[in-house]
Design a protein around this ligand. Structure first.
Ligand code: FA5
Length: 350
């Protein structure tokens, strides 16, 4: 490689060594590889060279271009890694062995995140609803487009009472009642339905670091004229950025729930391991947090709302998992442990 190119490569290396943030790094990328960047200009200037010179010089400039792009990529990966480590270090440290503070009581972490979510949604005009833990098969399944013997029931096996009632397996069990409660106001006065309903849910399933048989969810519904997926995404983004007070990596992928169409799974990058994979995220780097979607026409109809005139979205936020991510709790079972050593370190900031 000719001397001019070698010194350009050294210059890039030294600039990259001095860079500590991604914004400056992008400026360096543009300065060398952008449309008007110095390496790009060298390539453009080759037309003035003879065919022979162009061949050898061109090969060298292209080699430099590849090396520069690779050095920049490596630096991006290094800085991202540092950012993730900082993010993890800045999370409140939950220490299961810390001595209990028995002099004053403290709020349970789930209560803290529930209140925070309630504040966020009430500030956006949502009402908070309460709902029983014991419900009927109709509320939990049939009103949600899940008839008897539908395979979707397998995912939500729960505990049944002798009288046929059951412990609700998801907060969606309240959807039908909410639609019926506020539907008249929507139809008569055009008041949109905007409600959240947090609650305890139960499932007959094996427990592990991210699954409990008793956990909390918070359901949300919004129904009005012309509600679309953009509204849904807006509310989900706002909620997550307010809860975590920083940008977190989120992915939205198709998900099947009989009561929404289309349906999505909203996952967040695991904040316990920074996305590398650990028992808290079943070694996938991602945690299923808030499935959501557009309410199925059958569900709206069952709630007394004409799906030809109105549309809406619903989401089912995993509050217990949110508490894990927010407070750096590695094992969901610690939250139901009643272990004061573990739980007494949480206090309300207010
Ligand atoms: C449901 O429960 C749907 N009702 C959610 C929904 C609502 C979809 C509205 C569309 C529209 P799922 O089974 O995936 O979906 O549970 C929702 C969330 O609850 C999960 O993402 C997870 O965060 C939490 N969750 C589910 N099962 C458990 C469990 N065993 N332990 C802890 N958290 C759980």
């Amino acid at each position: 490689m000719n001397e001019k190119l070698l010194s350009l490569r050294d210059e890039i290396k030294s600039k990259l060594n001095q860079t500590t943030d991604l914004i400056d790094l992008d400026k360096i990328r543009v300065a060398y590889l952008g449309k008007k960047g110095s390496i790009t200009s060298l390539l453009k200037g080759m037309k003035e060279l003879s065919a022979e010179e162009r061949k050898s010089f061109g090969a060298e400039v292209n080699q430099l271009k590849t090396q520069a792009a690779q050095l920049i990529e490596e630096k991006i990966a290094e800085l991202k890694e540092i950012e993730i480590e900082k993010e993890i270090a800045s999370m409140p440290q939950f220490d299961i062995t810390s001595p209990p503070n028995l002099e004053r009581g403290s709020y349970h972490p789930i209560t803290l995140v529930q209140r925070e979510c309630e504040n966020i949604f009430t500030s956006m005009g949502f009402t908070i609803e309460d709902y029983p833990e014991i419900v009927t098969d109709y509320e939990c399944f049939e009103a949600l487009n899940i008839p008897k013997h539908h395979p979707a029931r397998d995912m939500q096996d729960t505990y049944y009472l002798d009288n046929g009632q059951l412990l609700k397996s998801h907060t969606s069990a309240a959807q039908n009642a909410i639609l019926k409660k506020y539907g008249k106001k929507l139809i008569d006065n055009g008041t949109p339905i905007k409600a959240i309903f947090p609650g305890r849910c139960f499932r007959n399933e094996a427990t592990d670091a991210c699954h409990e048989n008793t956990f909390f969810q918070m359901e949300g519904v919004m129904v009005d004229k012309d509600i679309s997926i953009s509204n849904l995404i807006y509310f989900m983004k706002t909620m997550l950025s307010e809860v975590f007070r920083k940008d977190i990596k989120v992915r939205l992928r198709p998900g099947f729930f009989p009561f929404v169409e289309p349906g999505f799974e909203l996952d967040i990058s695991c904040l316990i391991c920074g996305g590398d994979g650990c028992p808290s995220c079943k070694h996938s780097g991602w945690l299923e947090l808030c499935p959501c979607g557009m309410i199925h026409p059958n569900v709206l109809r069952e709630g007394g709302i004409d799906p030809e005139k109105y549309t809406g979205f619903a989401f089912g936020l995993g509050l217990t998992r949110l508490a894990m991510m927010k407070y750096g709790i590695k094992d969901i079972r610690d939250l139901n442990s009643g272990n004061l050593k573990a739980l007494s370190q949480f206090t309300d900031d207010e």
